[in-house]
Design a protein around this ligand. Structure first.
Ligand code: TXA
Ligand code: MG
Length: 350
């Protein structure tokens, strides 16, 4: 398939280009577009065949449902039903933004979108290019992250090109995504509501409006035995770079000591080692490939750099990535969830 790439400046949007991209979506073809979280791979959500092509392009298992993206609240009535009154409060507070709300679906939503579930995840992204695109297409846009299934999510157009060039019709390049981890997925059909995937909107932010919110227990455990994750997508290997990833968790000096031991051990095995760390801890390591995600004091920046760093280690042909854990509060919960999955739950506590 021929893939076309166009650039759209998010600060000075060329509406002719948006209209063009909207036509591509409306005609049942695939368009990768930027959102504030990660790039999405969009198709007309109400067109079963177009939705099927998303699964094919990504190599995505068909039992993993897609999120529907809307540009206005009125679209929700068409695709969701029996929506809890607190959900409207969440929409008012966090939309447009990185919060996906799982609600009961209507018949208008094809079964392949929701992977046969009777619910559907809906979100209104805040990225101006995404909003204009959806508005001009005037349909709900189904969009998973625009990576090959299992790879780290794309936070810049180059990542999308790397994974999907030749498999999609159009890629819109609008530079970097500023949040860099995906939306929070909140199931509002359970009582109390339950976070199925931590993301751009934090538990603490949701708790300011709704006190009683559960967290899917599989998000925080390193052992999944006997526990089935509620968001079907969370059970698959995810965010995985080609290298093996080991996370080391604990007090700063103890972590540095453990990582240095692992460096020595793996060096003697002839392995190429990469360290994923923060600005504060760079000083502990010499003569190894290090990538800093930013300062521990600003976990939003750490989040925005994570997926790109995992991809760069691949380019550097690293065999093993030793990663420092971060605090599991605020956006840190989403960071640790993605890192833990990238590591295949390989976490050493020291
Ligand atoms: O930030 C984001 O959410 C990005 C951008 C493009 O919007 N999209 C994204 O989509 O991350 P995807 O498909 O990569 O991840 C969607 C997650 C999966 O874990 C999926 O299982 C879960 O949301 N999900 C979707 N619909 C669901 C539903 N009806 N019930 C439970 N989980 C659902
Ligand atoms: Mg994804």
């Amino acid at each position: 398939m021929k893939t076309e790439i166009i650039k759209i400046d998010a600060n000075n949007i060329d509406l002719n280009k948006i209209r063009y991209a909207a036509e591509v979506i409306k005609s049942g073809r695939l368009v990768a577009f930027p959102t504030e979280t990660v790039y999405g791979l969009g198709a007309n959500a109400l067109n079963e065949k177009a939705v099927n092509n998303i699964f094919k392009a990504k190599g995505r298992p068909s039992d993993n449902p897609l999120i529907l993206h809307v540009s206005e609240l009125s679209h929700c009535d068409k695709i969701g039903r029996d929506i809890h009154e607190d959900v409207f409060m969440l929409m008012n507070s966090f939309w447009p933004g990185p919060l996906t709300l799982v609600v009961k679906k209507t018949e208008a939503v094809p079964d392949n979108v929701s992977a046969g579930l009777n619910t559907v995840g809906i979100r209104m992204p805040s990225h101006p290019v995404a909003l204009e695109l959806i508005k001009h297409a005037n349909i709900p846009v189904a969009a998973p992250s625009a990576n090959r299934s299992g790879r780290p999510s794309p936070t810049m157009a180059e990542h999308v090109i790397e994974d999907l060039y030749g498999h999609v019709d159009l890629i819109i390049d609008s530079g970097d995504c500023n949040i860099g981890v995906e939306s929070t997925v909140l199931d509002t059909t359970s009582d109390p509501f339950m976070i199925l995937r931590p993301g751009g909107v934090t538990l603490e932010q949701i708790n300011e409006l709704i006190k009683d919110v559960n967290i899917d227990p599989t998000l925080l455990t390193s052992k999944m035995e006997g526990l089935a994750p509620k968001a079907p997508g969370m059970k698959y290997t995810h965010y995985a770079p080609k290298a093996e990833v080991i996370i080391v968790k604990g007090e700063e000096l103890a972590v540095a000591k453990k990582i240095n031991e692992l460096i020595q051990e793996n060096k003697t095995k002839g392995k190429n080692i990469g360290i994923l760390l923060t600005d504060e801890t760079k000083k502990y390591y010499n003569e190894v490939e290090c990538i800093s995600l930013g300062s521990k004091e600003n976990l939003n920046i750490v989040a925005s750099n994570l997926f790109g760093a995992l991809r760069s280690f691949d380019e550097k042909k690293v065999d093993i990535i030793l990663a420092e854990a971060v605090e599991e509060t605020g956006i840190g919960l989403a960071i640790m969830n993605r890192m833990t999955k990238a590591a295949g739950y390989n976490v050493l506590t020291v």
